[in-house]
Design a protein around this ligand. Sequence first.
Ligand SMILES: Cc1cc2nc3c(=O)[nH]c(=O)nc-3n(C[C@H](O)[C@H](O)[C@H](O)COP(=O)(O)OP(=O)(O)OC[C@H]3O[C@@H](n4cnc5c(N)ncnc54)[C@H](O)[C@@H]3O)c2cc1C
Length: 476
Amino acid sequence: MPSPIDVLIVGAGLSGLVAARRLLAEGLTVRVLEARERVGGRMVSATTADGSVVDLGGQWGGASHHRFEALLKELGIGRFPSHYGGKGVFHWRGRRLEAPLAHHFADSLLFFEPQALDLPPAELTATSALQRAFAALVAQVDPRQPWRTPDAERLDRLTVAQWAAQHTNLPLAQLPLDWLCRLGGSGGFEPWEASILHLAWTQAVAPQAETPEAWLVRGGAGAVAQRLAAELAAQAGASLQLGRAVHTIAQDHQGVSVVERTGQTHRARAAIVAVPPPQRLAIQFDPPLPPAHRALLQRSPMGAMTKILASYARPFWRDRGLNGLGIGDRPALELTADSGPPEGQPALIASFLAGERALSLGALPAPQRRQLILDDLAAYWGPEAAEPLDLVEQDWNAEPFSGGAFTSFLTPGTWTSHARLAANPQGGPAPADHGRVLWAGTEVSPRWPGYFEGAIEAGERAASGIGATLTAKPPP
Ligand SMILES: Cc1cc2nc3c(=O)[nH]c(=O)nc-3n(C[C@H](O)[C@H](O)[C@H](O)COP(=O)(O)OP(=O)(O)OC[C@H]3O[C@@H](n4cnc5c(N)ncnc54)[C@H](O)[C@@H]3O)c2cc1C
């Protein structure tokens, strides 16, 4: 058995790496076990055939993502504003509408200036009425204890689709909420898969109105995880081991025994588990997790998401005064975004297959899916868009240690039952600590869960709470 250490961290995503960094700074010894043969989890870059660095996972930082911004500064990694100058393209019912973006998301139709879209006024009125009703609901949500929101049980048993249908049956009016479910940063689910309480909670704790897609990381966000891992490897008192899927975590009065799938056992005084909720379910705990915690995990599936990166010789859309933001009801792509730097090289468009589309199109033969994607890129940005230098697809549903993206969501009824029963005394999405085992990973953060910002917050919080855990009694 390897020599005992203070804290063992499961998962070398951003959250686990940040926790390790913080613990080392406090003079503790740490070991990070990572299931994959690489670090970063959902924060990972790749290089296309033409040499462009692209982010296969998360890419943006937000206007109020101060932890992420500070971390980049500490690591000496640069960033640049996302390109939003000029007009975007809204595709609706076979019509391609070029229009400027609104100044504030709250007044927009999915970022667009509604009055600039040539759409029936009555439908636009119904759209903004539904958005106002949703905003009023978001304002009522208790972000720490959503189950205390007025009328919480009813709202948690009503799906997003059902709630919207109570207000309007116009597809345009329903689009903003449908889109937030599938493509908002907390998304990857369909409007019939989660409750209106869940969607309102995501907007209370991670509001689209705070511009979470404000800036990008120079050289790709994946560099952040690489840099953190390199820093860790260079420090005494730390070790990072790849290809080590953790299978069991047992605890006694002296500490924890963490067993890999290979049978290799590690001994530590405490453990931090920094994996997505469904992956937590794949680990055996002894003593076992409380039933409410397990029930919560069983009702916390990952969203469905494939990210697509198209690289071009130049950002030809910018030459035409277009900004690359494409939103609409195309068969494949409901969102495209210019993901290149101000200087235009590399010229990149990121796009997404989300929710059911990710799974149904994911099941098609690759050439057929590629054609649908190229057709949609051309529908938004013209025929040149159908001839990229390279087109990279990253299917997150096929990744065994992620199981989907962007993040996990709660199925209807879960907030007011299992999540409430499993919650820690401070509330929020983090379940109670389990003796010498603490929870990290973006999903347990009370602010910006599902985002890089939440991953950093959760990693830092677990590390700063480790003191009492090092001597905690095992749970009954
Ligand atoms: C396509 C996509 C786009 C996104 N866009 C954005 C964005 O623009 N901005 C933003 O802020 N966020 C975005 N996100 C979300 C962001 O990437 C995540 O919130 C963040 O990276 C999560 O970090 P984490 O450390 O909590 O989890 P993860 O990155 O999932 O890390 C968990 C790690 O644990 C490992 N693991 C799992 N099980 C085990 C086990 N049994 N034993 C050992 N190791 C295990 C995994 O391999 C993984 O490395 C996006 C995500 C995706 C996939």
